[in-house]
Design a protein around this ligand. Structure first.
Ligand code: FAD
Length: 277
């Protein structure tokens, strides 16, 4: 519980929201869907800055990119007609395993990325489609690739305003292992493949809940380039992920168990992509 909250702000512009945050960063927090904020235990937070009046809850097509407002809920994003037209069943299916229907109707895309949660299925899927972010910080608006956001210094916390994604010929699949349907991932894997003449031209191999935040396994991606796409391909993906897994242990699972799970999830994701071809 945030027992010391005494001020509530509902700014109308991104600039205003960031200025309020900067005026007392140590005691302030942004509120989007509130599913994390509502569960926080802190006596430090005194000011809540609600992002809902910023009107960042739309999905639109700009050129060949889908532009998703940061306060779009997970449920409306996965069901959005434009998202389904551009990405088929990828987000619709993958994000159906995030928490429960009630959680997905509150939790937002920006709120899923910002806390850099290791087990975020949303972040893993967005990394696999090569998402970019528009953020607003001390230097104004800035575009950055999602993986760069995860490695920002701890003190640098810009406001995420939009997420930009483009399918651009890639096929993607996502697999999650969790102890129950509603549980967070013990491991999740998102895989995207771009093919040319029956071979893998490029691949994005993402693993989350390692338990650290999701990353791309770039060594695996390089090793997959030019690989023939046939019935052996998924088991090669599995071996490569097993050999190059980078992660750790926590109460949910050991490093060894995660490594095994990640490789199996990667194989299943590759099999799913082959079904789409
Ligand atoms: C019971 C439960 C089960 C869940 N299961 C899953 C699951 O299986 N898979 C999964 O991926 N997720 C799951 N989630 C959702 C996830 O863990 C987060 O709760 C959710 O994504 C947070 O989104 P929010 O919009 O509610 O964020 P909020 O709670 O509003 O904010 C979270 C943090 O991000 C900051 N923030 C929010 N928006 C922005 C922004 N635009 N720019 C900068 N900072 C911002 C806030 O200041 C705060 O620090 C689950 C949540 C719950 C409660």
């Amino acid at each position: 519980m945030l027992s010391n909250v005494s001020e509530y702000f509902r700014p109308r512009t991104v600039e205003e929201a960031f200025t309020i945050m900067e005026s007392d960063r140590d005691h302030s927090i942004f509120l989007s869907g509130g599913t994390i904020v509502a569960l926080m235990e802190s006596s430090r937070i005194e000011r809540i800055i609600d992002l809902k009046a910023l009107r960042l809850d739309t999905v639109s097509l700009k050129g060949d990119e889908l532009v998703i407002g940061a306060t779009t809920t997970i449920e409306s994003f996965r069901k959005d007609n434009l998202v389904r037209k551009e990405f088929g069943d990828f987000f619709y299916e993958s994000l159906s395993c995030v928490g429960s229907w009630q959680i997905r109707n509150m939790a937002t895309i920006g709120g899923s990325i910002a806390p850099k949660l290791g087990w975020s299925d949303v972040s893993a899927c967005l990394l696999a489609v090569g998402a970019n972010l528009m953020v607003y910080g001390a230097d104004g608006y800035r575009r950055m690739v999602l993986s760069d956001y995860f490695t920002l210094p701890a003190g640098e916390k810009p406001l995420i305003t939009h997420i930009m994604i483009s399918r651009d010929g890639w096929l993607s699949a996502f697999k999650k292992f969790s102890k129950t349907t509603f549980d967070i991932a013990t491991v999740n894997v998102a895989l995207s493949i771009k093919s040319e003449s029956g071979r893998i031209k490029s691949a994005r191999v993402v693993c989350g809940s390692r338990p650290q935040y999701p990353v791309r396994f770039e060594v695996v991606e390089s090793a997959l380039e030019d690989l023939k796409i046939n019935e052996v391909m998924p088991s090669i993906v599995r071996s490569l992920v097993f050999d190059n897994f980078a992660g750790g242990s926590n109460m949910l699972a050991s490093f060894e168990y995660r490594k095994h799970l990640a490789s199996v999830m990667a194989q299943r994701a590759a099999e799913r992509i082959m079904e789409m071809m």
